[in-house]
Design a protein around this ligand. Structure first.
Ligand SMILES: [Zn+2]
Length: 432
């Protein structure tokens, strides 16, 4: 069975990729993004629905329980004594009924803030938000659409219970479970749980306990988010723990989707994983507290033989001596690469990916940076490759695929060194 393919919308600018791509199944929308531009998001969800892509809304409740600076705005504070909170998170807190009041953004939410009655209200409002917000926005704008009746049908495929990241220190474990049970009481089989845990502080025992607990009824659908798990650099032990966690839930009959996953997550489909979600620009992992600042990261080129991105500067080294036909069979023959190769072979492709343009810095100086067109090319190229990988895990046995991965990795290692493909062996071991 093909794993279900979810793509998460990270920014409004990414919408164009969704409208041009085919082949993926579902969309993940962040509640904070919905709150920032709800009408645009309602139209987007409707467009997706008409193209047969359903959606789920990530309620993003965990953001209130992490270090409060994560929801601070970059804008200058109006009052030097208090940080300014991002408007979207402030609005969302009001909609959910997060009981922090004036302390929002000053301290993080604690389970003690959420006695049963308060938690029940939050769960109820969080589910209603997901169910109703976009439809209501669409109904309010229906005169522009001309085809009414659509707004009622604009509901997510699943309603996600509120969740907080479990750091295995006893803080959130019980409350997460309670929130899930309340959600199931309210919305039955429409509910899915998000199991978020800090992969760095997980022990075999703690994860086994968590898996056992979530194997129990009544909820059958889960999204798993192992925060700070980096598929390419995480230790073999952590990968194995994650794999075992997925297998335990799958064996208990649960439908499990990786909330942020790359090719390692796709390999877990051999252990029963049923879906993988990722972003337009890779997004195969997500730390609990994203790194701030630093401008646009350089564009990177996804190489299927590596199952990771490489620097664009390394691509000519990897492709040394290959003609266009060999480039297609060894590296990539996606729509983007095929067209560039047809126009002028590998050299033309390297040149297109090395294009630069001048852009003003915050101090008004002009700086030479990778061209916008390059970001676009590498994103489409990545998305086409990921699409192929969903097909690949569906059509190959694990034995065939792991042999192919080893062969391709050996070829890459002969050109870029062993370190660039060190994760391949670790992945195969963790899934075997
Ligand atoms: Zn390509």
């Amino acid at each position: 069975m093909t794993p279900r393919h979810f793509i998460r919308l990270g920014t409004h600018a990414e919408k164009e990729y969704f409208s041009k791509l085919t082949g993926f199944d579902s969309v993940v929308l962040n509640a904070n993004l919905i709150e920032s531009t709800s009408a645009a998001m309602a139209f987007f969800a409707l467009t997706m629905k008409k193209a047969n892509h359903d959606y789920v809304i990530d309620p993003y409740t965990h953001a209130y329980a992490v270090e409060p600076s994560q929801i601070h705005s970059d804008a200058k504070p109006t009052d030097a004594k208090r940080p300014r909170i991002k408007a979207t998170f402030k609005a969302l807190a009001e909609r959910y009924g997060i009981p922090l009041g004036a302390e929002l953004g000053v301290r993080s939410l604690q389970p003690a803030d959420l006695p049963e009655a308060v938690l029940r209200t939050i769960v109820e409002r969080c589910l209603s938000y997901q169910n109703d917000r976009l439809g209501a926005e669409l109904a309010a704008n229906i005169q522009f659409l001309g085809d009414d009746g659509l707004a009622e049908g604009l509901v997510p495929a699943k309603l996600l219970a509120p969740y907080f990241v479990d750091e295995f220190d006893g803080t959130w474990t019980g409350l997460n479970r309670r929130a899930l049970l309340l959600a199931a009481e309210l919305a039955g089989h429409r509910v899915a749980g998000v199991i978020a845990f800090d992969s760095r502080s997980a022990s075999d025992e703690a994860l086994a306990n968590l898996a056992r607990e979530y194997s129990l009824p009544p909820v059958n659908d889960y999204f798993i988010w192992a925060t700070d798990l980096d598929e390419h650099h995480t230790s073999p032990t952590t990968l194995q723990q994650y794999a075992r966690f997925v297998r335990t839930l799958a064996q208990a009959g649960k439908s499990v989707t990786a909330f942020y996953g790359g090719f390692f997550a796709l390999l877990l489909s051999y252990l029963g994983l049923r879906g993988v979600s990722h972003g337009v620009a890779y997004g195969d992992k997500r730390g609990m507290e994203p790194v701030a600042g630093g401008g646009l990261p350089p564009p990177m080129y996804y190489v299927r033989a590596v199952r990771d991105v490489i620097r664009i500067g390394d691509l000519p080294i990897l492709a040394t001596g290959l003609d266009a036909a060999q480039y297609r069979s060894r590296i990539c023959a996606c729509l983007i690469c095929d067209e560039l190769l047809r126009r002028g072979g590998p050299d033309y492709l390297f040149a297109a990916l090395a294009e630069t343009e001048y852009r003003p810095t915050s101090r008004g100086e002009l700086r030479e940076v990778p061209a916008r067109s390059v970001y676009k090319l590498v994103k489409y190229h990545f998305l086409f490759n990921r699409q192929q990988e969903f097909i690949e895990v569906t059509e190959s046995s694990f034995a065939e695929l792991s042999q192919r991965m080893r062969d391709e990795a050996a070829w890459v290692a002969s050109r870029l060194g062993q370190r660039s493909v060190a994760h391949i062996g670790r992945w195969i071991t963790a899934v075997t």
